[in-house]
Design a protein around this ligand. Structure first.
Ligand code: GLN
Length: 389
C-alpha cells in the first residue's frame, strides 16, 4: 500500500485557465485565455522595483505588510472607498488577491458552513471554499445582463444559513458590474443573516461608463461585515509581483493575519516597497488606464461583431463571454482546443466557470488585456471563424 492523497483535492481539478495558457504555448496561439497583460507596468514602477532590490529590501518584511505600503494603501483605498482605513489594524498584505480570499475564507468560515457564490464563477472560489472546509452554494447570474433572481438569493441565505458570500465585482468572467440596487439587496441579506461578504475587487478601476463601481464595504453598516480583497496586479499591470491585500475590521483582520502568517509569512518585500510608488500615482493614472482599456475593448468587440459572433458586452474588467453555439462543437473544451490549433487564438471554455454543471455551456471567455497590435492580430484570426458557421 502506498499512502493516499487527501480527499479534498479530489473535489477540484487543476486550473483550466492556466491549462489553456499551456495549450496556447503548445499551438503558438495568441493567448486570450489567462487574463494578464502583454505590456509592461509604468517605467517608474520598474525603476522603483530595481531601487528596492538595490537598497536592501530583500528579507522578510512585517508579516502583515510593510508599514510604508500599508500607509500608502490606507490613503489610496480610503480615497476611492470614501472610508477611513486604519493601516495598523485593518490591512493585511497578501500574495495577490488569491491569497487574500483564501486567508479570509479560512479566517471566517467554519468547516461544514455554507458559502454563497454567484455563477458563472471565477474558478478559484470553489477550491478556496473547499480548502476552508466549507460548502459552496451557487446562485445563478442569468445572461444577457448576468443578474440574479432576488428570490433565489433570499432562498439561498434562508435555506443554508450561509456564513459568507463571495462577490466578484466587476465580475470575472462576465464583465458584469453590480448595480447599487443589487449590492443593496446583497447587503440587506448579509446583515439579516449575520454573514460576511468577501469581495474580489481586482478590476475596481476598469469600469466602463456609464457603469460605476460601488465598494460593498462603503454601503451603510457593511464595513463591519465586509472583507475587501484586491490587488495591484490588474490596475498596474504587475500580475507577477503578487501583491494583494484584504481590508477588514480590526477583529477580522486579526484572524486573517494569523492565517496569512502561516500560509505565506508575507508578500514579496521589494515589490511592496516598489508598489508605494504606484499607490501614490495621481488620479489621472486611473483615467488613462480606463481610456486605454476602453480603446482595447472597443477595438476587440468590433472584430467580434465583424466575425459575426454574439457576446455579452462587458461593463467592467477585461473579459468577454462569447456564444459558440452556432459552431456545433461537441463541448466547450473541444472548441477551445480547435480554436487554438486551427485559428491560433486561445480562450477559456465556458463550462470551467460553472463547476456544478455537467453539460457544455456553448460559451467561451476571451480577454483583451493585450496591446492593440496583438488584439488586431487576434481579431484578424477570429474573422476566419465566419466560414465555419
Ligand atoms: N485572473 C486571471 C484570469 O481569470 C488569471 C487567473 C489565473 O491565473 N487563474 O484569467
Amino acid at each position: 500500500m502506498t499512502p493516499q492523497t487527501a480527499s479534498r483535492i479530489l473535489r477540484f481539478t487543476e486550473s483550466i485557465i492556466r491549462d489553456m495558457t499551456r495549450i496556447a504555448n503548445q499551438y503558438q496561439a495568441i493567448n486570450l485565455s489567462q487574463g494578464f497583460p502583454d505590456f509592461d507596468p509604468p517605467g517608474e514602477l520598474i525603476q522603483a522595483a530595481v531601487g528596492a532590490l538595490r537598497s536592501g529590501h530583500n528579507q522578510y518584511g512585517l508579516t502583515w505588510g510593510t508599514q510604508r505600503f500599508r500607509e500608502a494603501l490606507a490613503q489610496k483605498a480610503g480615497r476611492f472607498m470614501n472610508l477611513p482605513i486604519n493601516p495598523d489594524t485593518e490591512i493585511t498584505v497578501t500574495c495577490g488577491s488569491t491569497e487574500a480570499m483564501l486567508a479570509s475564507l479560512m479566517a471566517v468560515v467554519n468547516p461544514g458552513e455554507s458559502v454563497i457564490i454567484f455563477s458563472p464563477v471565477y474558478e478559484n472560489y470553489f477550491p478556496g471554499t473547499v480548502l476552508a472546509g466549507a460548502e459552496p452554494i451557487y446562485v445563478p447570474l442569468y445572461p444577457p445582463e448576468y443578474t440574479f433572481d432576488p428570490r433565489e438569493l433570499r432562498g439561498a441565505f434562508k435555506k443554508t444559513d450561509a456564513k459568507a458570500l463571495i462577490l466578484c465585482n466587476p465580475s470575472n468572467p462576465t464583465g458584469k458590474v453590480f448595480t447599487l440596487e443589487e449590492l443593496s439587496l446583497i447587503a440587506e441579506l448579509a446583515y439579516a443573516h449575520d454573514a460576511f461578504v468577501i469581495t474580489d475587487e481586482v478590476y475596481e478601476h476598469i469600469v466602463y461608463p456609464p457603469h460605476q463601481h460601488t465598494y460593498m464595504a462603503s454601503l451603510p453598516d457593511m464595513f463591519a461585515r465586509t472583507i475587501t480583497c484586491s490587488s495591484l496586479s490588474k490596475t498596474f499591470a504587475v500580475t507577477g509581483w503578487r501583491v494583494g491585500y484584504a481590508i477588514a475590521p480590526a477583529e477580522v483582520t486579526e484572524g486573517i493575519r494569523k492565517v496569512h502568517d502561516y500560509l505565506t509569512i508575507g508578500a514579496p518585500t521589494p515589490f511592496q516597497e516598489a508598489a508605494v510608488t504606484a499607490l501614490n500615482f495621481p488620479d489621472h493614472y486611473y483615467q488613462d488606464l480606463l481610456t486605454k482599456y476602453k480603446q482595447r475593448r472597443d477595438l476587440f468587440l468590433d472584430y467580434l461583431d465583424r466575425a459575426g459572433l454574439q457576446y455579452t458586452q462587458p461593463q467592467g474588467a477585461y473579459y468577454v463571454m462569447v456564444d459558440i453555439s452556432p459552431f456545433q462543437m461537441e463541448d466547450d473544451t473541444s472548441f477551445c482546443y480547435w480554436l487554438a490549433r486551427e485559428i491560433g487564438v486561445a480562450a477559456v471554455p465556458g463550462d470551467s466557470f460553472y463547476p456544478y454543471l455537467q453539460s457544455p455551456t456553448g460559451l467561451i471567455r476571451l480577454h483583451f488585456a493585450k496591446s492593440e497590435s496583438l488584439l488586431m492580430e487576434a481579431g484578424e484570426r477570429l474573422l476566419k471563424l465566419e466560414q465555419y458557421t
